[in-house]
Design a protein around this ligand. Sequence first.
Ligand code: ZN
Length: 64
Amino acid sequence: MGKSLKTTYDSIAIMKCSVCGKNVDQTFLKKLVGTYVKDKKSKKKPVCKVCQKTMTMEQIKEKL
Ligand SMILES: [Zn+2]
């Protein structure tokens, strides 16, 4: 045995929603609680689930 799992909390970057600017939660597997939406430049932007719920994809893309 002798293997030690090093927890690297430093590597967890806080993602912010590109629409409302709030922090987007991530699961312990670093999966975003929300989604990524590609903007006009095909750049992936994080969008929280609240914005996903309250806005259409068109509205979200306008704000990216
Ligand atoms: Zn949001």
